[in-house]
Design a protein around this ligand. Structure first.
Ligand SMILES: [Fe+2]
Length: 391
C-alpha cells in the first residue's frame, strides 16, 4: 500500500532555540504577526520574549491571549476576527496544544473562509493555511509537528477532531527554556499524552516502518525521562529528552494515526472540560486491556516492553509481554501521580457513558484502532476505568 509521510519543514530544538527564529523570519519576508497564547503565558512574559524575537526578525505583532484549555469555537472565532482585522501574514502560537490548535484552526479558516465546524474530519480544507510558527511550551501534545487539531463545541460539550495537512506549522520551536517551569502535574499530564501518542501510533492500523522508528524511540525516551522531569523540573537533560520525544511521538501519530484511547479521551475531555493528557493517562491501561483481544496488539507489546527496557522481554510469550506492558504503564502513571480511576477525577458521572461512547465511536481517531469496538464495549471500558484497577 502506498503511504504518505508528512513532516514540518523546519524545527528548532534545544536550549535557546528561539534565537534561531529572527533570521528565518527575515528569509520568509513576514511583516505582521498575531501571537496566540493564554493569559498565564502573557503575564509571565513568555509571549513577550517571543515578541522580542519577532521584532528582531522585522515583524511587528499584536497578542491575543484569551486561549483556554480545550479551546472552544468561540475562542477560535474571536481569534479569527483579530487575525482578519490586523491583516496578519503569520500566526505565532505560544503554548501547548491549546494555543497551537487554536492557531491551526484560525490559519485554516482565514485562508479558506467559512466556519471552523465545516473542517471537522479528514482533509476538509482546499488551501494551505496562513503560515504558523509554534513555540511549544509543554512536552506532550506534539501539535507543533502534526496535521491534527482539536476544537471543542461548547454547546454539544464535544470535541471536533480535524486531520488536515494544510494546517501544519511552518516552523516548530521546541526550546526547553519555555518548558523548565512546567509544574509537576502539567509535566505528568503532557508527558503521559506523549506516551499515549507513541503507543497508539505503534499499534495503529496505519503503522509502518517509518512511524515505528519514531514511536518506539519515543516510548523508550519517555519511559526513562518522564519520571526524572516530574521529580526534578530543573533536570535539563530529562527536559531536553522529553522535548525530543514528544515531537517524535507527534510525528509518529501524525502519520500512523491514533486509536481508541484518544477517541474516548476526546469525548471525556470535551464533556467535562478535563485535561487531555490526564484523560488519556487514566484510560490508557483500560483501553489496552480491551485492545489485547487483538493478536496483533499482543504481538506488538513484545516490542513495546523492549522499548521500556524490561528485563527478559525477549524470552516472554506475547501474553506475558502484554500483561507486563500494561502493568508497566500503570506503574509509570502511579509514579507521576496520575489518578488510578475516572472516579478519582471528581467530575465523571457513569450516567453519561452511553452518550460518551456515541461521541467516541464517531471520533476520527477511532478508525485507526486495531479493533472497532461496539457501543457496549466502549461503555464497558469507561465503566472499568471509572472503577479503577480492582483486579
Ligand atoms: Fe493527545
Amino acid at each position: 500500500m502506498a503511504e504518505r509521510i508528512n513532516a514540518v519543514k523546519t524545527t528548532f530544538f534545544g536550549k535557546g532555540a528561539l534565537g534561531l527564529l529572527p533570521q528565518e523570519l527575515i528569509k520568509m519576508g513576514i511583516h505582521r504577526a498575531l501571537i496566540v497564547t493564554d493569559s498565564f503565558l502573557y503575564e509571565s512574559g513568555a509571549a513577550g520574549r517571543v515578541g522580542d524575537a519577532l521584532l528582531q526578525g522585522n515583524v511587528e505583532y499584536a497578542i491575543y491571549y484569551q486561549v483556554k484549555p480545550n479551546p472552544t469555537i468561540d475562542v477560535v472565532n474571536e481569534c479569527i476576527h483579530a487575525a482578519r482585522e490586523l491583516a496578519v501574514d503569520l500566526l505565532v502560537a505560544v503554548g501547548g496544544g491549546s494555543a497551537i490548535d487554536t492557531a491551526k484552526a484560525v490559519s485554516i479558516v482565514v485562508a479558506n473562509g467559512g466556519s471552523v465546524e465545516q473542517y471537522e474530519g479528514v482533509d476538509q480544507s482546499v488551501k494551505s493555511g496562513i503560515p504558523i510558527v509554534a513555540v511549544n511550551t509543554t512536552a506532550g501534545t506534539g501539535s507543533e509537528c502534526t496535521s491534527f487539531y482539536i476544537v471543542t463545541d461548547p454547546v454539544k460539550h464535544s470535541k471536533m477532531a480535524m486531520v488536515d495537512t494544510n494546517c501544519m506549522v511552518s516552523i516548530a520551536i521546541d526550546d526547553i527554556d519555555f518548558m523548565m517551569s512546567m509544574p509537576p502535574k502539567l509535566t505528568a499530564a503532557t508527558g503521559m499524552d506523549a506516551l499515549t501518542h507513541a503507543i497508539e501510533a505503534a499499534l495503529a492500523l496505519r503503522a509502518n516502518p517509518v512511524t515505528d522508528k519514531d514511536a518506539y524511540w519515543a516510548m523508550e525516551a519517555i519511559f526513562e525521562n518522564l519520571p526524572r522531569a516530574y521529580v526534578n523540573g530543573q533536570d535539563e537533560e530529562a527536559r531536553s529528552m522529553m522535548a525530543y520525544a514528544e515531537n517524535v511521538a507527534g510525528m509518529a501519530f501524525s502519520n500512523a494515526g491514533l486509536g481508541m484511547v484518544h477517541a474516548m479521551a476526546h469525548a471525556l475531555g470535551g464533556h467535562y472540560n478535563l485535561p487531555h493528557g490526564v484523560c488519556n493517562a487514566v484510560l490508557l491501561p483500560f483501553v489496552m486491556e480491551f485492545n489485547g483481544n487483538s493478536p496483533v496488539v499482543r504481538e506488538r507489546f513484545k516490542k513495546i516492553i523492549t522499548a521500556f527496557h524490561i528485563a527478559g522481554a525477549e524470552q516472554m510469550t506475547s501474553e506475558q509481554a502484554f500483561q507486563t506492558g500494561v502493568s508497566a504503564i500503570r506503574d509509570l502513571s502511579r509514579r507521576v501521580g496520575i489518578a488510578e480511576s475516572l472516579e478519582k477525577l471528581g467530575k465523571v458521572d457513569p450516567k453519561d457513558f452511553g452518550a460518551l461512547a456515541d461521541l467516541a465511536l464517531h471520533d476520527t481517531c477511532m478508525a485507526d484502532n486495531q479493533i472497532l469496538p461496539t457501543r457496549e464495549q466502549v461503555i464497558q471500558v469507561y465503566e472499568r476505568a471509572f472503577r479503577g484497577n480492582v483486579g
